[in-house]
Structures are given as C-alpha cells and as structure tokens.
Design a protein around this ligand. Structure first.
Ligand code: SF4
Ligand code: SF4
Length: 141
C-alpha cells in the first residue's frame, strides 16, 4: 500500500478532464484533496494525498503523466514556534535526531531544522502547539 502527498500540475488543455474520478474508478486510488486551484482553460494545480495498492498507484502515475499531468513530491518541513514554547521539554525526549535539544548552559529548548527528519513525533508530544508541519510545493508555498 502506498500513501503519498503530491502536487499535480495540469496544463490548460487537460485541466477540465476528470482525473480524480478516473483515478478512483480505473485504478482504485483514493484521493484526499488538500488544496486546489483549478480554473477552466487555465493551468491548474492540486495538492492531494493519494493512496492505493502499489500496482494501482504505479498505473495511476503512468496514466497521469501520459496525459500531460506533472506529478511532484510534496516536501514537508517542521516549524518550531519559539514564542509559543513553554520549555516543558516533552519534545526533546522523543526527538530521535536531537533536532529538538536543550541548549546549555542556558537550559533552554532549541530547534535545528537541518537535523529534523520530519518524523512528526514532536507534533503529538507538544502540549503548547508550538510545533507545526508545513508543506512546501516546488514554489515553496
Ligand atoms: S519531526 Fe521528528 S526529527 Fe523533527 S524535530 Fe520533530 S521529533 Fe525531531
Ligand atoms: S513540547 Fe512544545 S512546549 Fe514543550 S519544549 Fe517542546 S516545543 Fe516547547
């Protein structure tokens, strides 16, 4: 089973085709649309979470690409909101890479984005909602 968040780019000449319907009907792909910008006869884009069995997923990708749709991986990054952090330390003990760590001698929690592998454990652990996951498509949005 594959579950993946991707950006789909639709050229203007195919933007009105029912791709999401076809993915479900022909390839048993479930699509959860997270963001869409579709206008008739103009280039469109969509951020979508797709899930399907491996073979169906690969057939669906071939289908999209053969119809001119560009499929791009959706990058994700973790953002630490320092002003919301209450310094409880809950994230530090569960972070597997020490991306969240205690700076000494100040003994304050800090975040190093270069060490973060986006496992998302800290999101669930933070009682102050001081950690967020943000998605970046190829335009950095
Ligand atoms: S997402 Fe994972 S690796 Fe990144 S800071 Fe949170 S716990 Fe650490
Ligand atoms: S769990 Fe949240 S509030 Fe606690 S130290 Fe980490 S970021 Fe700060």
């Amino acid at each position: 089973m594959i579950r993946q968040k991707v950006v789909l780019r639709f050229p203007a000449d195919v933007v009105e085709q029912p791709f999401i319907y076809t993915l479900a009907k022909k390839f048993n792909v479930t699509a959860n649309i997270l963001k869409a910008n579709i206008n008739p006869r103009k280039e469109g884009s969509m951020v979508v979470e797709l899930s399907a069995e491996d073979e169906d997923y690969s057939g669906a990708m071939d289908y999209l690409q053969s119809h001119g749709v560009i499929v791009l991986p959706l990058a994700q990054q973790i953002v630490w909101l320092e002003d919301r952090c209450t310094q409880c330390g809950a994230c530090v003990v569960i972070c597997p890479t020490n991306a969240l760590w205690v700076k000494r001698p100040e003994m304050t929690v800090s975040f190093c984005s270069e060490k973060c592998v986006v496992c998302e454990r800290c999101l669930k652990a933070c009682p102050a909602r001081a950690i967020e996951a943000r998605y970046l498509d190829e335009e950095g949005e």
